[in-house]
Design a protein around this ligand. Sequence first.
Ligand SMILES: *Cc1c(COP(=O)(O)O)cnc(C)c1O
Length: 227
Amino acid sequence: MMRDTINHILERIDSAASRSGRNARDVRLMAVTKTKPAELIREAYGAGLRLFGENRVQEALSKYPGLPDDLELHLIGHLQRNKAKQAADLFSWVESIDKADTATALEKHSAESDKSMNILLEVNTSGEDSKSGFISEKDVYDFLESFDEYPHLKLRGLMTIGPYGGDEKLIRSSFRSLKNLFDSLNEELGEEKMDTLSMGMSSDFELAVEEGSTLVRVGTLLFGSRV
Ligand SMILES: *Cc1c(COP(=O)(O)O)cnc(C)c1O
């Protein structure tokens, strides 16, 4: 049963939050539905989930229109410039902004539809070449220098994908570096503070919660493996 699976994950989030003196209410659970059919999305919605993530614009377009209005859909995969218009129409958050080019394209199309798009900056905290994201903290700061060029983008926080391989130390240090960057940026942002730190997937969401995550992105544990 989907409901049991969800409850079990929520309990694990709860324990991880307690272990680190946090409140589990500060952690949102996202259902990552890539490769999974619309039917399963409906089932997860029926079981109470409202936050969903897809990593490809095209695939999301084929599954999400027609789903309930109070479903919140995030793009979590790399955004190509030529998909920015469709992305601006379908998603309310883009978690994968990793360069000015993409932000510019998304700004343009969000402005056209007079929409305020929530964004996260993706940071490559593992140093793995296969991952997208800003490589250094300096790149993030440089990008934010000219953030007033994007009046229709609302900076909500940061996102990362932990390193592969399951080494707990490496995973923690990757999450910790994102949390540190988040805190430093927030000190400078003052009134405009970010509220979202998106980190943790099926295999490492408890570590992520212990390290300060406010949004965990879970696919496999909810829907089974992707073949
Ligand atoms: C696929 C994906 C997830 C979910 O991964 P699981 O290991 O199946 O939980 C989370 N975040 C991103 C960016 C993804 O592409």
